[in-house]
Design a protein around this ligand. Structure first.
Ligand code: FE2
Length: 308
C-alpha cells in the first residue's frame, strides 16, 4: 500500500486508490465496508483515555479564531471534534491506510477530512435502538461524502455494535425491531465505512461496560471520474447491480461515480441494469439514449421519472 499524504492546511489527504471496479460497485450495492480491528491498540487505548478525560488534550494546532475556552467546551460536548487535532488520532485513525485507500477510491483525490465527530457513549447492557436513517440523509446517485463508525474498544456482538441493514441506503426502508442486520463488530479499532443514508441502529447489548462509538464523515473535493483501480475485463452491461427496486439506483450511483450521471437512462422491466442468472444473453437497454431515471424522490407509483 502506498503512502498517505496529509495536507494540514487544506485539511485533506491523498494516496493511491485501493478498490477495483467490482469493489466500488459492491459498495454502491451493499452500502458498507467493514474493517475489523484495523487501528493499532495503543491508539485505541489512547482514544478511550482521551474520551474519558483521563489524559490532557495535546492539539497539534488550534483552528483559526478558536479560544482555549472553545477548545474545552468542544472536548466536553457530545461532539468532541478537537480529537481530530491530536496528531496520534490523525495518523492512527483518520489516515488509517486501509480506510484511506477506500475513501480515496470512493471520493477521488484530495479527500476532505472530517471536521465534526459525534460521540455515542453507551453504558451497556441496553435494549436495541429502533432502525432508522440518520437525520438529514439524502437519497440520490451522488456520493459526495462517506461516513465512518470507529469503535475504540473490543466490540463483540454482546456489547451492541452498530447494526446495519445492507442495501437500504437508496430508499426509505421500514424494518421491524425484531429483524436483524449485519453487525459492525470486531476487536478494538474496528472501522465501519458506510453510506450515510443506510438504515442502522445500536444493536441490543447483553454485556456490561462502556461502549464508545465515534461517527464522522469524509468529503469529496473533486468531480467523480472513476478514479480507482480499473479492471480491464470489467463489463458494465453484465455487472451485478442488485435485484428489483435496487439495481436501477445502484447503477445510477455507479454511473455518477464515473462522471456519467447525466447520461444514465433506463427503460424498465427486465432491461439493464436488472438481470437474472438464467438469461441467455446480455440484458437489453444498456446505454439507452432515452428513457427514464429512477425516481429517487418516490413521487411516482412505478418508481421511474422521465429522463428525456
Ligand atoms: Fe443513527
Amino acid at each position: 500500500m502506498s503512502d498517505v499524504t496529509f495536507d494540514r492546511e487544506a485539511w485533506n489527504f491523498d494516496c493511491e486508490p485501493t478498490l477495483t471496479d467490482s469493489q466500488v460497485l459492491e459498495f454502491c450495492r451493499e452500502g458498507y465496508i467493514l474493517l475489523p480491528g484495523v487501528v493499532d491498540d495503543a491508539v485505541n487505548e489512547r482514544a478511550r483515555a482521551w474520551l474519558e478525560g483521563k489524559i490532557p488534550a495535546e492539539p497539534s494546532f488550534v483552528p483559526e479564531g478558536m479560544t482555549d475556552q472553545d477548545m474545552e467546551r468542544i472536548r466536553g460536548s457530545h461532539e468532541p471534534s478537537t480529537l481530530f487535532l491530536e496528531t496520534w488520532f490523525i495518523e492512527g485513525v483518520l489516515l488509517q491506510p486501509q480506510l484511506a485507500g477506500i475513501m480515496r477510491s470512493l471520493l477521488g483525490s484530495k479527500v476532505g477530512l472530517p471536521i465534526l465527530v459525534s460521540h455515542h457513549a453507551s453504558q451497556c447492557p441496553l435494549e436495541a435502538q429502533g432502525w432508522h436513517h440518520d437525520a438529514d440523509h439524502v437519497f440520490g446517485p451522488e456520493l459526495n461524502f462517506v461516513e465512518v463508525f470507529y469503535f475504540p474498544q473490543d466490540t463483540p456482538i454482546e456489547l451492541g455494535p452498530t447494526e446495519i441493514a445492507p442495501r437500504t441506503h437508496v430508499a426509505p426502508t421500514p424494518r421491524d425491531i425484531e429483524e436483524g442486520g449485519v453487525f459492525a463488530h470486531g476487536s478494538a479499532g474496528t472501522l465501519g465505512i458506510h453510506h450515510q443514508s443506510i438504515l442502522h441502529r445500536r444493536g441490543v447489548s447483553t454485556a456490561s461496560g462502556l461502549r464508545h462509538m465515534l461517527k464522522y464523515n469524509y468529503w469529496r473535493s473533486v468531480p467523480p471520474e472513476a478514479d480507482w483501480i480499473r479492471e480491464p475485463d470489467f463489463d458494465l452491461q453484465i455487472a451485478e447491480y442488485g435485484g428489483h427496486n435496487l439495481a436501477r439506483y445502484v447503477a445510477h450511483m455507479f454511473y455518477w461515480l464515473h462522471g456519467r450521471g447525466d447520461d444514465y437512462r433506463i427503460i424498465g422491466g427486465q432491461a439493464w441494469p436488472w438481470k437474472s442468472p438464467n438469461q441467455i444473453g446480455k440484458p437489453y437497454g444498456y446505454e439507452a439514449k432515452s428513457g427514464y431515471l429512477p425516481d429517487w424522490r418516490k413521487a411516482n407509483q412505478d418508481g421511474y421519472t422521465r429522463g428525456g
